[in-house]
Write a protein that binds this ligand. Structure first.
Ligand code: CO
Length: 286
C-alpha cells in the first residue's frame, strides 16, 4: 500500500564545483538549467571550507537587480555592506534576506582569517510587478529564527513560510516561499511531514548524513550533498532520517513568467537586461 498523497522523488542532482566572487570555492547546487523546473528558485550555492584560501577573497562590490538573495551562515563570519546603506555581520546560524529589487551594489567579505566557513546562498525570483521595487534588507540573528522540535525529535528552523503552525521569519505572497533547515536526531530514524501544495515546486538538499523520501511503503534514498527534486503531486512530503542528518527543504509557488538572466541581473526581457547594464554603468543602480 502506498499513500498517493505524499510526494515522491523525481530525480537527484549533484552540485557542480565552481568559484564566484573574487575566487570563493563553492558548490552550485541549483544552476540555470533548473530555472524553469524549480521556478521561483534561480540558484542555490553551498560554500564550506576550513581552508582560508578557499574563501578569504570574498565577494567584493557587485550589483544585483530583479530578485532576492537569502544567505544562511552555518559557520563563520561574513560582513555585508550595500549601496542602500545597510551593513551587517552574519555569523553562525544567522540569516540575511536581501531584496535587490531595482538595484543594489553590495559586498560580502569574510571577517575571519582561519577556521571553518560554511553556509548557503539562495536566489529567489521576484514577480515581474516587483522587480523594480525599492531594495529591502533584513538581518535575522540565529536566536530570532523561529524554531520548534517535533515529538520525534526533529528540530525545524523556519526561515520562511510556515511549518506545523510555526510562522517563519519572512513571508512572500507571490512566491509563497518555504525555507526550512531540518536537524534529525542522532539516534534512531525519525520522520518529518510538511504540507506542500502540489503546484509548488519543491526540493530537499541534504548537507549532512542521508535521508529517505517516503511515500507509503516506497522509500527513495537521498545521499549526502545531493539535491532531491520532488514530483509535483500530493499534499505533503514525508522525510525520514536519523544519525544527525541535516537538510534544507525549499518550496515555492512558480511565477510562470519569462526568465532572462545575465549574471547578477534577472529580468523578464532582454531589453530590461540591457537597461540594467546601462543603469549599472551609468551609476544609476545604487
Ligand atoms: Co551578491
Amino acid at each position: 500500500m502506498t499513500n498517493p498523497s505524499a510526494r515522491r522523488l523525481e530525480r537527484l542532482v549533484r552540485g557542480q564545483a565552481t568559484s564566484d566572487g573574487a575566487g570563493v570555492k563553492l558548490t552550485r547546487i541549483v544552476a540555470n538549467e533548473l530555472h524553469q523546473r524549480l521556478d521561483p528558485f534561480l540558484m542555490l550555492d553551498a560554500f564550506g571550507s576550513d581552508k582560508a584560501g578557499d574563501y578569504i577573497a570574498g565577494f567584493p562590490d557587485h550589483p544585483h537587480r530583479g530578485f532576492e538573495t537569502v544567505t544562511y551562515m552555518l559557520h563563520g563570519r561574513m560582513r555585508h555592506r550595500d549601496s542602500a546603506g545597510n551593513e551587517g555581520l552574519l555569523k553562525n546560524g544567522d540569516v540575511q534576506w536581501m531584496t535587490a529589487g531595482r538595484g543594489v551594489i553590495h559586498s560580502e567579505m569574510p571577517e575571519q582569517e582561519e577556521g571553518l566557513m560554511s553556509g548557503f546562498q539562495l536566489w529567489l525570483n521576484l514577480p515581474a510587478k516587483d522587480k523594480m521595487c525599492p531594495p529591502w534588507y533584513r538581518d535575522i540573528p540565529s536566536g530570532q529564527v523561529p524554531e520548534f522540535t517535533t515529538e520525534q525529535g526533529v528540530t525545524v528552523r523556519v526561515i520562511a513560510g510556515h511549518s506545523q503552525g510555526t510562522d517563519g521569519s519572512v513571508q512572500r505572497d507571490a512566491t509563497q516561499v518555504l525555507y526550512l533547515d531540518l536537524h534529525f536526531p542522532e539516534g534512531a530514524s525519525a520522520h518529518f511531514d510538511q504540507a506542500l501544495p502540489s503546484q509548488h515546486n519543491a526540493m530537499v538538499y541534504v548537507y549532512q548524513g542521508s535521508m529517505d523520501v517516503v511515500c507509503g511503503e516506497d522509500t527513495a534514498a537521498v545521499p549526502a550533498q545531493h539535491l532531491a527534486i520532488l514530483r509535483n503531486e500530493g499534499d505533503h512530503v514525508r522525510l525520514s532520517a536519523g544519525q544527525g542528518t541535516r537538510a534544507l527543504l525549499l518550496a515555492g509557488q512558480p511565477l510562470r513568467e519569462p526568465i532572462v538572466q545575465y549574471g547578477p541581473f534577472v529580468m523578464n526581457t532582454k531589453e530590461q537586461i540591457i537597461a540594467a547594464m546601462d543603469d549599472y554603468r551609468a551609476g544609476r543602480l545604487a
